[in-house]
Design a protein around this ligand. Structure first.
Ligand SMILES: [Mg+2]
Length: 220
């Protein structure tokens, strides 16, 4: 875990979902592979060909955006797909159709205990590039659906992180000023860099194991 900055009086914790509230490599992998397979089929290419096209695009994008104050520039899958002619609306539908959190994830009582403790002092929200319905199903699998009522998903603002809109919307829904929010996630460029620029706090985690230590990191 790396704490980049914390507000003087943090009031809301904005969690990324995938690889933050759970760690499951196979499920995380399926979230990239399944839409790439679908796109490959639509464009009449093999899965491997499409994987390479996407990797090349993301590498070129990173090279073009390096040296602009970012440690390691990355583009989200949603924004990558946009460049391949898949609208955000289509990305939302594909994810709702293809993703199966129920196949991979189970109840996490340690996470539940942690969030119950955090909920005493903070508003809790999820800000994800997945659609709200997929996020809701994911939280249900983990057994924490009742503890995080606020979800900002890809279909809330119809833009993909990193973009200010979903973070601002989450702060609004929490009823908390942006400067009192802390963004918590596993990808610096997607979850942390922009929130820090917006004046939020930021905590980079390696996975859910780090989330268990958040109460201590926040001095609770
Ligand atoms: Mg993530």
């Amino acid at each position: 875990m790396k704490v980049f900055q914390l507000p003087k009086n943090p009031a809301a914790l904005l969690f990324d979902m995938d690889s933050t509230l759970y760690t499951h490599d196979e499920y995380a992998r399926s979230q990239i592979d399944l839409p790439v397979k679908k796109l490959a089929a639509l464009r009449g290419k093999s899965f491997t060909e499409m994987q390479k096209l996407i990797k090349d695009y993301q590498d070129d994008w990173a090279a073009a955006h390096s040296g602009k104050g970012h440690l390691c520039p990355r583009i989200s899958l949603g924004n990558t797909f946009k460049a391949f002619g898949v609208s955000i609306e289509e990305s939302i539908q594909w994810r709702e159709m293809l993703y199966e959190p129920e196949r991979y994830l189970t109840r996490d009582s340690k996470l539940r205990e942690t969030l119950m403790l955090l909920a005493v002092s903070y508003k809790l929200a999820v800000v994800t590039n997945n659609p709200v319905s997929v996020a809701r199903r994911t939280l249900a699998c983990l057994g924490i659906d009742d503890l995080i009522p606020l979800i900002v998903g890809l279909d809330t603002c119809r833009v993909s992180k990193p973009h200010e809109a979903p973070f601002r919307r989450a702060a609004e829904l929490c009823g908390v000023p942006v400067r009192d929010c802390v963004s918590i996630g596993d990808r610096y460029e997607i979850d942390i860099s922009l929130p820090l620029e917006m004046g939020m706090g930021g905590i980079l985690v390696d996975g859910v194991e780090d989330v268990y230590s958040l109460p201590a990191a926040l001095g609770m």
